[in-house]
Design a protein around this ligand. Structure first.
Ligand code: FE2
Length: 389
């Protein structure tokens, strides 16, 4: 109830008048069949998870959001949209790559004010995520949306480099329909679904936020799946407490996309604010242990299975089809996320075809906050293990 009240108040600061316009853009919320029994279970799980925090834990959401995620939708004001549109138009005169244009927060006062509100009301003091609805003037131009997402990332903190090439605005699309993650493909370059994960997996230092911008939905599939880390922890505490303890031990991880080396860190730890944080992408972890010649024990495999099964528990999953121009703001360690397998209109290629813009395309930005009160909130003492040889 506290969560719903907080979100209702937060939404009042958005622009109600634009909702009819945005509704026409066609964001489709798909609700999973949830029986009343499951709803009761989810509510109890949320309560269980908050007991150790001593107060209501807004990030431990269950059926109240999985059944109706509309309270997560936020509408930018006319002032923000006009400011962003003007800034993107000017930036596009310099380049079509947002990473090649500097962004000064002083040029975006209304945008930064909105983003700071989203950070506090949704990402940290709320459920850990928000869905910024498409801004009509920007949503029709893929390149403008890319700039807008990076500009908003810059308002949140410092956009991070995500690969050895130094890219900060990563394009998520299928490069090769025949190559899978078990073959070394990175998640954002494949069309596979089903693997729930956090993005905080291939660098040892933790960071706070992920922005996922839908530039073009898939022909079929590609539905986003989101779970609360607090609720998943509570689920495991109830159903498999031994597995929960094992997940707090160190595992080997790859620096996939950056180097061939490894680092050690646990799958589950707690941030400086006391909330649970997961570091989880099973394919990457298993690949690291196999490559390093350090086989997982039966007890460890059992714990991985328990977590996998928890994340596949449909009663805990929020499923959502993002519309073109919609942006997911996520506190990466308060959530686990994934997608359903998707199918494109055209054959997969290593270069995205901006001429046709036919295939599914998302942009991913990672942000580490340095200036807000939430800086380093997700960092644990485990995050700085030395790299293994
Ligand atoms: Fe991801």
């Amino acid at each position: 109830m506290a969560l719903i009240k907080a979100l209702t108040a937060a939404m009042r600061q958005g622009r109600a008048s634009s909702r009819a316009t945005v509704a026409r853009v066609g964001s489709l919320v798909r609700l999973r069949g949830l029986s009343s029994g499951v709803a009761t279970m989810s509510g109890r799980l949320a309560t269980d998870s908050t007991e150790t925090l001593g107060a209501s834990n807004p990030r431990a959401w269950g059926s109240e959001l999985t059944q109706d995620p509309s309270s997560l939708q936020y509408y930018a004001s006319d002032k923000v949209e006009a400011e962003l549109y003007a800034w993107c138009e000017k930036a596009l005169e310099q380049s079509t790559n947002p990473d090649h244009v500097a962004c000064d927060r002083a040029d975006l006062p209304f945008t930064c004010e909105m983003v700071e509100h989203l950070e506090q009301a949704y990402l940290m003091d709320g459920p850990g995520l928000a869905l910024l609805q498409p801004m009509p003037s920007l949503a029709k131009n893929i390149h403008a949306m890319r700039f807008a997402a990076l500009a908003m990332s810059s308002c949140l903190g410092t956009p991070l480099v995500q690969n050895a090439a130094g890219d900060k605005s990563i394009l998520v699309f299928d490069r090769d329909a025949g190559r899978k993650m078990v073959d070394g493909q990175r998640y954002h370059q494949s069309h596979e679904g089903g693997s729930m994960h956090t993005d905080n997996v291939n660098v040892p230092e933790t960071w706070e936020y992920m922005l996922l911008t839908c530039l073009q939905p898939a022909a079929e599939g590609g539905e986003s799946i989101l779970l609360s880390s607090s609720t998943v922890e509570a689920y495991l505490a109830k159903h498999d407490p031994e597995a929960l303890e094992t997940l707090k031990e160190d595992f080997l991880w790859e620096l996939r996309g950056f180097s061939e080396r490894f680092y050690r860190a646990p799958i589950l730890f707690h941030g400086t604010d006391g909330y649970p944080c997961f570091r989880w992408l099973r394919e990457y972890l298993e690949s690291a242990h196999a490559r390093a010649g350090e086989p997982l024990t039966d007890r460890q495999i059992s714990a991985l299975n328990a977590l996998t099964n928890a994340t596949l528990e449909e009663s805990l999953q929020l499923r959502y089809n993002m519309a073109k121009g919609e942006i997911l703001f996520a506190n990466d360690m308060s959530l686990l996320h994934g997608r359903t397998t998707f199918y494109d209109r055209q054959q997969a290629s290593t270069e995205y075809d901006f001429g046709t813009q036919a295939n599914r395309l998302l942009q991913r930005n990672w942000v580490k906050t340095k200036t807000s009160q939430y800086a380093n909130v997700n960092v644990s003492r485990y995050a700085y293990y030395d790299l293994a040889e």
